[in-house]
Ligand binder design. Sequence first.
Ligand code: 2E4
Ligand code: SF4
Length: 311
Amino acid sequence: MLDEIILAEPRGFCAGVDRAIEIVERALHKFGAPIYVRHEIVHNTYVVNDLKAKGAIFIEELDDVPPGATLIFSAHGVSKAVQQEAAKRGFHVFDATCPLVTKVHIEVAKLHKEGYEFIMIGHKGHPEVEGTMGQLDSGIHLVEDVADVARVQPAQTEKLAVVTQTTLSMDDAAGILAAVKARFPNVREPKQQDICYATQNRQDAVKLLSPQVDIVIVVGSPTSSNSNRLREVAQKLGTESYMVDNADELKPEWFEGKGRVGLTAGASAPSILVRQVVDRIKAFGAVSVRKMDGIEETVKFPLPKGLKTDL
Ligand code: 2E4
Ligand code: SF4
């Protein structure tokens, strides 16, 4: 019989997502609609639809942005080529790239000047990977798994550094990094690893939660890397786990024969969706809701110049 819902702590919005959404909202308020956004500001259907309704237009190609428009880069970051093209076309640009992604970009630029080549651990085709790899014309080699590490062919191995996507599985990344270090023993690692605090905290919370429950539900959109990783963390611990974009995707049969339900949300999933999911699981029979103990996040990033004044 369905009994308790246990909420992972922390879950949901991180500081980078808070900031990115606020940049779009403030730009809409200050300059009026339309505001163009390159790529989904964060990978969440609800967030994107909400901003569309307020006057944001989401595009992938700068060709689709009219002259003189205000353009915002998504939280995942952009390549140098996109940055330069936007400047050349004279758009009024605000950069909503998460500062923790920008930190990786800066590290790449700095080490490149010192003559380094890079192994990047990440998922091919993800916009953050395209943005980070696009900080240089060449010299960043992408590895997605341990098998890729055996295949990668840097031009030299004296000056080789590792960078990663910010939202990887901590455990998968550790395994791939070990393979990189085994093949290239003098590879340089980031002082503080690139997987961000929010990714780590949400995965750690799911690790604590999973053994206490019969099923884990992750609120997140299919394109969200960090949300997918949360579902995998629970699954790898042997707990049945599903990711849903909204409450309507919950299937009653998932909860048959289950007692406790663990619930978390990716860094891009708003709390309103979590509340709706809680209500739906209660309608299926859950009787109580409890928050897990967990660390409190206090990270906050400043807004860009030009959007700081109060709404
Ligand atoms: C930028 C960097 O990267 P992911 O697919 O997890 O992005 P999402 O938009 O779901 O989450 C916010 C975000 C943005 C995370 N890291
Ligand atoms: Fe930034 Fe991490 Fe949030 Fe991504 S998940 S937006 S890197 S704080």
